[in-house]
Design a protein around this ligand. Sequence first.
Ligand SMILES: Cc1cc2nc3c(=O)[nH]c(=O)nc-3n(C[C@H](O)[C@H](O)[C@H](O)COP(=O)(O)OP(=O)(O)OC[C@H]3O[C@@H](n4cnc5c(N)ncnc54)[C@H](O)[C@@H]3O)c2cc1C
Length: 378
Amino acid sequence: MIYGKSTGVDIAVIGGGLVGAAIAYGLLEKGQSVAMFDEGEAAFRASRGNFGLVCAGAKGDKLEDYAPWALQGVEVWADFAERLTAATAIDLELEQNGGMVFCPEEQDLAARTATMERLRRRSGLDFDVLRPAEIARYMPGVSDNFAGGIFCSIDGAANPLKLLRALHAAVSRTPGASRQDARVSRIEPGSGGGYRIVTARGTTDCQKVVLAAGLGNLAMAECLGVKLPIVPMRGQILVTERHDPVLTVPSEQVRQNRNGTFLLGGSWEDVGYDTSTTFEVTRDIAALAVRYFPFLKSVRLVRSWSALRILAPDNAPIYDEIAPGAYLVTCHSGVSLAALHSGKVAGWIAEGILPEEAAPFHLGRFAAATPEPEVAHG
Ligand SMILES: Cc1cc2nc3c(=O)[nH]c(=O)nc-3n(C[C@H](O)[C@H](O)[C@H](O)COP(=O)(O)OP(=O)(O)OC[C@H]3O[C@@H](n4cnc5c(N)ncnc54)[C@H](O)[C@@H]3O)c2cc1C
């Protein structure tokens, strides 16, 4: 499809993953004229390779302001899902029956409990520390071969592929809003103010631009003279054959999809842009899953994949206006935060006022020191 040599919109969103598509959908709901540019299959796409947890429980260990933001994101998810499903007739398979984090050893459980106590003081997030026998009430078939777990009743999971499909369907209802196979090569200053978005198919002038291209934001921000501290972090995930329904509560290590398959995962590997899968990690993920749920030993694996997380040094999102009218949005946890991105973050871009609770996520927080990212959860 040819978009014409030069066209114009109010707001260009670069990136059609979970982050860009949620923002584009939110901006369209607010009556803005939007063009969402998406590179397509060639790009690294966290949105097609994630675990689908909608969770607040694990957020904020390195930046406590993230805890109330993540909690708010999970609290508004059901309303968001209802609206998006009403608009697209796509069921996002959201279930918020609580979420579990397993702690293999006593010291893991003690450390995790201490972190959760600290975050509860900051955000009010409620949680329970459970031993295996108590976990069995929520998760039938669980073993007693581990120390315990943390249960957050507000957490849950959705189908991330259906979420992405629904967001694209919602954006595509507005003619010209979704531009696929449209890799942005440059962002230039616009001739009459604003910006000019350059693709191989032509240029688009806009008043505002949203950088929501995942790891592609590194190159997009450089067009504006800004260097970002985000890095890729590989996660491998395994999928089993279908099984009778057993688990309605997900964990970071094992969850059952509505179609009966189990997702097992996910590793945290600092291997740059390598998206291969490895035997060693597959074996370790499977062994841990069987430690928690021995019945999985007789359930066959059918597939595995890897995808790259988009990680800031403190694992929290970055929201910043990095040049006048140029908004940077990047995060790990694009599923959990999707409702906030289509709501408050889109509102910030449309109206220029960042909600107070999102103010701590500015880029300047990394200016003083840029610690190395560490393995984390979520
Ligand atoms: C293994 C794994 C497990 C995860 N589990 C969870 C989870 O349980 N819950 C949760 O909330 N989050 C989870 N995440 C994180 C979540 O997947 C990401 O936060 C989210 O997908 C990020 O979306 P994004 O749109 O920023 O990036 P991406 O999905 O990478 O999308 C970026 C998009 O930008 C486009 N693009 C890039 N460059 C350009 C360009 N120059 N021009 C045009 N388009 C461009 C690409 O085509 C792509 O579509 C997980 C991630 C991984 C890898």
